[in-house]
Design a protein around this ligand. Structure first.
Ligand code: C5P
Length: 231
C-alpha cells in the first residue's frame, strides 16, 4: 500500500441494507471510505447509518442539506452524533446557513459544501437562471464555503484546478461521478477518469455505479485502486 491515504469512497446507493453491508465488506480492501446518500438514508435512517459506521471505515454522509440556518444546524447536531466523518450541505444555502452548520458540528464532523452537481452542465446553469459557466459558479460557491468556515467542497473534476487556485491547499475537495475509461457515463455530465481527477488534485473520489453495478464490484474497486497506484 502507498503511504498516501486511499482516496476512493464507494457510494452505497441502495435501499437494501444487507446489500449495502455486503457491498461495503466486498470492496473494503480497496477503498479508503464509504458514502451513504439519500437512497440509503431514506430507507434506513439513523439506525442504518450506525450499521455502516460500525464497519469501522470513515463514512461520508451525503445528505446535501439545504434549509434555513436554524434547521440545518439542528440536523447537523443530530447527524454528528452518528459517528460519520463528513456531512455535506448545499453551499447555495448561503453564508449564514454554512456558518450555522459549522458551528453546530463543533469539530465532531467535517462539513463540506456542494458547489454544482456533476449532473449539471452549462446549459443547466442557464435553465435555472445562473449566469456564467458551471465552473465559474462552482468557484464562486467554493470561495463562499471557505469564507464561511467549511472544511471543503464537493465539486466536479473539471472544476478542481480553479477551485484549488481560489481556495488554496488544505481545503478538502471531494469529487463524485468519476468514470473509469470505457465505463458508462449514465446521468453524469462533468467527469474525468479516477486517475485524471486525482492528478487534478481531488482528495476524495466518489465511485458509484462503475463499482457498485459492475458484475464483480471487488474487481472494479481493485481496478480503480490499481489505476491510482495504491494496490
Ligand atoms: O453512480 P455514480 O458514480 O454516478 O455516483 C455518484 C455518487 O455521488 C451518487 O451517490 C451521487 O448522489 C453523488 N453525488 C454526485 N454529484 C454531486 C454530489 C454527490 O453525483 N455533486
Amino acid at each position: 500500500m502507498s503511504p498516501q491515504p486511499n482516496p476512493i469512497y464507494v457510494a452505497l446507493d441502495t435501499a437494501d441494507l444487507d446489500g449495502a453491508l455486503s457491498l461495503a465488506r466486498t470492496v473494503g480492501p480497496y477503498v479508503g471510505g464509504l458514502k451513504v446518500g439519500l437512497e440509503f438514508v431514506s430507507a434506513h435512517g439513523p439506525q442504518g447509518i450506525r450499521q455502516i459506521v460500525a464497519l469501522g471505515r470513515p463514512v461520508f454522509l451525503d445528505v446535501k442539506l439545504h434549509d434555513i440556518p436554524n434547521t440545518v444546524a439542528g440536523a447537523v447536531r443530530a447527524l454528528a452524533d452518528l459517528g460519520v466523518a463528513i456531512v455535506n450541505i448545499h453551499a447555495s444555502g448561503g453564508r449564514a446557513m454554512m456558518q450555522a452548520a459549522q458551528e453546530a458540528a463543533r469539530g465532531r464532523v467535517k462539513i463540506i459544501g456542494v458547489t454544482i452537481l456533476t449532473a449539471l452542465d452549462d446549459a443547466d446553469m442557464r435553465d435555472i437562471g445562473m449566469t456564467g459557466s458551471a465552473t465559474e459558479q462552482a468557484v464562486r460557491l467554493a470561495r463562499l464555503a471557505k469564507a464561511s468556515g467549511l472544511d471543503g467542497v464537493v465539486c466536479g473534476a473539471p472544476d478542481l484546478g480553479a477551485i484549488r487556485a481560489a481556495c488554496g491547499p488544505g481545503f478538502l475537495t471531494v469529487v463524485p461521478g468519476s468514470r473509469p475509461a470505457g465505463s458508462a457515463v449514465q446521468d453524469q455530465k462533468r467527469f474525468m477518469t479516477p486517475g485524471a481527477a486525482r492528478a487534478a488534485g481531488a482528495d476524495i473520489l466518489i465511485l458509484g455505479r462503475p463499482v457498485t453495478a459492475a458484475p464483480d464490484p471487488a474487481a472494479a474497486a481493485k481496478a480503480v485502486a490499481a489505476e491510482l497506484e495504491i494496490v
